[in-house]
Design a protein around this ligand. Structure first.
Ligand SMILES: [Zn+2]
Length: 365
């Protein structure tokens, strides 16, 4: 299920697993060690404040995840990192759903700040809570910056899509990158390393988001047959091969997964990385049938590529065997699939731009 080995389960909220990355605990220790103050309780107070802040971050992520649930959109998990939380929303929600799901996060922080503000007008708040109020306002404002991966970037894209603006994702991604340059420059000017890191994160995320959303769009028009590598272009292993024999082929190939076949039947799959690892250690005279994985994803040539994209996102599947009438006819690898979709999308855009340019030149046409 694509779980980071450096994370642990915290709890499950309405079926959504909440996980904490181990580096989060390093942050707590660091904050406690940095604590200034004459009294011995200062480190605990600082650590407690970080915990309270992250409770607000968790509520923000739950805002996303539970709103997604309302729209029938699943969330793989919520992960808490030292730099904030991430709710992994699956699939491709409609622009309207995306708008609601995304806006729900910052709204939670606005609600918490509002609640604390109302309380502060009735009773005198402990500085701890006034700090928490300010922190929630900062969280809401920061998240509303219209740049990926911030919520503001998604809100902007969903709004543009709802307004039927052409190239909405491209506009949102370009704006994100422009903002990241500004954030980066501000970071350099003020000598703030955190701002520079955020700028880099925003810049790379904007590109990734663009790539991902375009791949999803193109996936709609293709079936497995369009994207698969057929038998003539893939290496398969006979089940009687030894690891060292297989390794020789694997080292000369870019293929990352090899089907193991016997009399036209697929028995399992072997990973290239696994072969290389075994080659470096012992057991090279073992048969590959003893190391192959027997659980593999089978798809038919008629299957829409959209379904494959979903499996890649939800279950981190990296390869698909294409079978027709019980026989292996091809292979689809994740990286190659995404490349195929992107190149196709770019080609389509070039063609459209070319047509547009010709129309502009000749307005009478
Ligand atoms: Zn958010």
């Amino acid at each position: 299920m694509n779980k980071s080995p450096f994370s642990m389960n915290l709890c499950t909220v309405r079926g959504i697993p909440v996980r904490v990355h181990v580096t989060f605990f390093l942050l707590l220790i660091w904050v406690a060690l940095q604590a200034e103050g004459s009294d011995q309780l200062a480190p605990f107070r600082e650590a407690l404040f970080v915990l309270a802040l992250f409770a607000c971050v968790l509520l923000h992520e739950l805002g996303h995840a539970l709103t997604a649930k309302q729209f029938g959109v699943k969330t793989r998990d919520i992960m808490l990192y030292p730099f904030g939380g991430v709710a992994s929303i699956l699939g491709n929600p409609s622009p309207k759903a995306e708008l609601f799901i995304t806006a729900a996060g910052p709204l939670v922080n606005v609600a918490i700040a509002g609640l604390l503000y109302v309380l502060s007008s009735v009773i005198t708040l402990h500085p701890f809570f006034s700090q928490l109020l300010v922190a929630n306002v900062v969280l809401a404002v920061f998240n509303l910056i219209p740049a990926y991966p911030m919520d503001g970037g998604r809100i902007l894209r969903a709004t543009l899509l709802l307004l039927k603006v052409k190239g909405a994702t491209m506009i949102a991604a370009k704006l994100s990158q422009a903002l990241s340059v500004l954030i980066g420059l501000a970071g350099l000017y003020f000598g703030n390393a955190l701002l520079v890191i955020i700028a880099i994160l925003v810049f790379t995320n904007a590109m990734q988001e663009l790539v991902r959303s375009q791949a999803r769009v193109v996936a709609k028009d293709h079936t497995v047959r369009d994207v698969m590598a057929d038998l003539a272009h893939i290496e398969t292993f006979s089940h009687g091969l030894t690891v060292s024999q297989a390794l020789r082929t694997a080292l000369r190939s870019f293929q990352t997964v090899f089907p193991v076949v016997h009399a036209g039947q697929v028995l399992g799959v072997v990973d290239r990385s696994q072969l290389i690892q075994m080659g470096a250690s012992e057991g090279t005279e073992d048969y590959i049938s003893s190391i192959m994985a027997r659980d593999f994803r089978i798809v038919s040539p008629q299957e829409p590529v959209e379904n494959l994209m979903r499996m890649i996102e939800e279950n981190d599947v990296r390869s698909f065997l294409v079978m027709e009438e019980g026989r292996l006819v091809g292979l689809v690898l994740k990286d190659q699939l995404i490349e195929y979709l992107l190149v196709n999308e770019l080609r389509k855009q070039r063609l459209e731009e070319g047509r547009q340019a010709r129309e502009d030149e000749d307005p009478l046409a």
